[in-house]
Design a protein around this ligand. Structure first.
Ligand SMILES: Nc1ncnc2c1ncn2[C@@H]1O[C@H](COP(=O)(O)OP(=O)(O)O)[C@@H](O)[C@H]1O
Ligand SMILES: [Mg+2]
Length: 224
C-alpha cells in the first residue's frame, strides 16, 4: 500500500491517486511566472495545517518575499515558524560557491516531512562544466531521497524551450515531473498544468487548466 501526501492544491490529488508518493522527489518545472513558487509554498502550508513539519530552502527570493507573497493567499508562515513547525532557509548562490554541500548539510539535519528547494536552477551558478552541474544536482537529489521526506524541487525552463528542466538532468533523477504552463495571450485559461511522470502512479494525462484564485492555485477539470 503506497502512502500518499496531499499536495494542498485543490483538484490536483485526484489526478495522481491521492497525492505524491510518500518519500518521493517531484520536479516542478515551468517558465518564469508560471506559479512554481506559489505551488511550492501552498504544498508546505498544506502540510503545516496538518501539523506536518515543513522546510523551504530558497535560493532565489528572500524569506521575506516568499512570506509576503504567501500572505496574499492567507498563508501565515510566521505562526508556524514560531511553533517550530516551519523553517525557511535562504542561501545566496552568488555568495556560496559550494551550494550543493551547504544544502546537503541542511538535509542531514532535516526532520521535516515536507521539503521544497526553490530553485535548483541556481545550483549551477558560476559552474560552466555540464558534467559538474549534473554531478551536483544528482548529489542533492540523491541526498533528499535518503531522507524520509517528501520533496518538491523546482527548476526553471528557459523561455520558449522544449526542455523539461534547466540542465536536462533533473527530470531523470526524480520520481515525478509536474509542468506549469503559461500562454500569456489573454485566453480564459492561459495557465495550465501537465503531469509528465509520476512513478508508481496512474496519473492524468491531459492538459489541466490552472487558476490562481484568492486562496491559491486550483486545478480545474480538463476541457477535453
Ligand atoms: N494574487 C495573485 N493573483 C493572481 N495571480 C497572481 C497572484 N500573485 C501572483 N500571481 C501570478 O503568479 C506569478 C508569480 O508566480 P510564481 O510562483 O512566483 O512564479 P515562478 O516561481 O514560476 O516564477 C505572477 O507573475 C503573477 O502572474
Ligand atoms: Mg519562483
Amino acid at each position: 500500500m503506497i502512502k500518499r501526501v496531499a499536495t494542498g492544491i485543490p483538484g490536483l490529488d485526484r489526478l495522481m491517486e491521492g497525492g505524491l508518493v510518500e518519500n518521493s522527489v517531484t520536479l516542478l518545472t515551468g517558465e518564469t511566472g508560471t506559479g512554481k513558487t506559489i505551488f511550492a509554498s501552498q504544498y508546505i502550508y498544506g502540510g503545516l495545517l496538518n501539523n506536518e513539519p515543513g522546510m523551504f530552502i530558497t535560493l532565489e527570493e528572500t524569506p521575506e518575499d516568499i512570506k509576503n507573497d504567501a500572505a496574499i493567499f492567507g498563508w501565515d508562515f510566521d505562526k508556524f515558524e514560531k511553533k517550530g513547525l516551519f523553517k525557511i532557509i535562504y542561501h545566496d548562490p552568488v555568495q556560496v560557491n559550494n551550494i550543493d554541500s551547504v544544502i546537503i548539510g541542511e538535509l542531514n539535519t532535516l526532520k521535516a516531512k515536507r521539503l521544497v528547494i526553490d530553485s535548483t536552477s541556481l545550483v549551477a551558478l558560476n559552474i560552466e562544466n555540464p558534467a559538474q552541474i549534473r554531478r551536483r544536482l544528482f548529489h542533492i537529489i540523491s541526498s533528499i531521497k535518503r531522507n524520509r521526506t517528501t520533496a518538491i524541487v523546482t527548476s526553471e525552463i528557459p523561455e520558449g524551450s522544449k526542455a523539461l528542466s534547466r540542465f536536462g538532468v533533473e527530470e531523470f533523477v526524480v520520481d515525478g515531473v509536474v509542468v506549469l504552463h503559461y500562454l500569456g495571450i489573454g485566453e480564459v485559461s492561459a495557465r495550465s498544468l501537465t503531469i509528465r511522470k509520476m512513478r508508481r502512479t496512474s496519473h492524468g494525462n491531459d492538459v489541466y487548466p490552472l487558476e490562481i484564485a484568492k486562496s491559491g492555485l486550483v486545478v480545474k477539470k480538463s476541457e477535453i
